[in-house]
Design a protein around this ligand. Structure first.
Ligand SMILES: Nc1ncnc2c1ncn2[C@@H]1O[C@H](COP(=O)(O)OP(=O)(O)OP(=O)(O)O)[C@@H](O)[C@H]1O
Ligand SMILES: [Mg+2]
Length: 331
């Protein structure tokens, strides 16, 4: 069980679909911000208006559910953030697992306001059945009691769950997550923003129009798919250098100090180029190799190879669950 306090890494702004300037929000962002226990109590002091005690994030894989939790952890301010996974709670000793669940909640109550984040909650809280193990059932029971039990005060505690197969969850556990927020695949604007975030500060020649075209062509890609696509594209210039047979001298920022422009850098070129020198990349000294920019062609080449990971069958099931029990994070 790990306890995290004030970890500054992922902030709301590093998650696309959240741009204050354009008044667009990340899916479920408003709910999560007002649900952060400390915030509601301290900032609003709303009497008789209790914040949500259980929020379930569900959606296709790679849409940033775990990533959102990281942002919540960072932005939680005074709240204590507990991040646990099912393996943390599994013990081979009889009765030990329930005790761990109990201790977790006891600790959260002690350090409130606190947030308990359980990633991949489906593995812990699937529907109860006759042929499951005794210990699995006990964990679920303890969870249900701890989340909403008689005589237990859960004020100031938010349980945040994430899953990509929400229909597996036990109905009683599902009820305890009062808010069920669907984190869908990114729309065109979010995809454009994701490309920008992923390309980041890497040396590139991409224009605003290029980002727009890429976003249009990546319909059905998740945030994770886009990050893989850009990662692959960033390797394309490296591959080009490795397979080049001719290089030519160019000027550009020195690899040692980008503020100094030097004229003797070597960059791959076609053998027909008038200034081409026949050599392989192994002959080029490390500090003389020009840093090739990431271009639109590089991304297009990767686009032909990197396919989306989510298929329509998965989406249909998630959509059906959303219609039955959930709420769209983008509404
Ligand atoms: N909205 C987003 N903004 C920026 N990056 C994103 C976004 N969504 C996904 N990513 C990228 O995809 C990666 C994977 O996201 P994450 O692990 O949160 O997916 P997940 O929804 O938890 O998937 P799974 O359901 O499989 O656990 C992140 O580390 C991040 O780089
Ligand atoms: Mg995840």
């Amino acid at each position: 069980m790990r306890k995290k306090k004030k970890r500054r890494r992922v902030v709301w702004l590093s998650i696309s679909s959240f741009e204050k300037k354009k008044k667009r929000e990340m899916p479920g962002e408003k709910e999560l911000q007002t649900a952060t226990p400390g915030d509601v109590e301290v900032r609003y002091r709303r009497r008789n208006r209790k914040p949500w005690q259980g929020i379930l994030l569900f959606g296709p894989p790679g849409t940033g559910k775990s990533y959102i939790a990281k942002a919540v952890a960072t932005e939680a301010g005074e709240s204590t953030f507990f991040s646990i996974s099912s393996s943390d709670l599994m013990s081979k000793w009889l009765g030990e697992s329930e005790k761990l669940v109990k201790n977790l909640f006891a600790l959260a109550r002690e350090h409130k306001p606190s947030i308990i984040f359980i990633d991949e909650i489906d593995s812990l809280c699937s529907a109860r059945s006759d042929n499951e193990s005794e210990s699995a059932r006990r964990i679920k029971t303890e969870f249900m009691v701890q989340m909403q039990g008689v005589g237990l005060n859960n004020d100031g505690i938010l349980v945040l769950g994430a899953t990509n197969i929400p229909w597996i969850l036990d109905a009683a556990i599902r009820r305890r997550f009062e808010k069920r927020i669907y984190i869908p695949l990114p729309d065109i604007h979010a995809r454009k923003e994701m490309f920008r975030i992923d390309v980041g500060k890497n040396y590139n020649t991409l224009t605003d129009q290029d980002f727009k075209v890429l976003a249009e062509r990546c319909e059905g890609y998740s945030g994770y798919d886009i990050s893989i696509l850009v990662k692959d594209a960033l390797m394309q210039p490296v591959r080009r250098v490795q397979s080049a047979t001719h290089f030519k001298h160019v000027s550009g920022p020195s690899p040692k100090d980008p503020n100094i422009i030097v004229n003797d850098l070597l960059s791959p070129c076609s053998p027909g180029d008038p200034h081409a020198i026949a050599m392989s990349w192994l002959d080029v000294p490390g500090d003389k190799l020009a840093n090739p920019p990431l271009s639109m062609q590089d991304i297009c080449r990767s686009l032909a190879q990197v396919k989306p990971t989510v298929n329509n069958t998965d989406l249909d099931r998630l959509e059906a669950f959303k219609n039955d029990f959930g709420q769209d994070g983008q509404e």
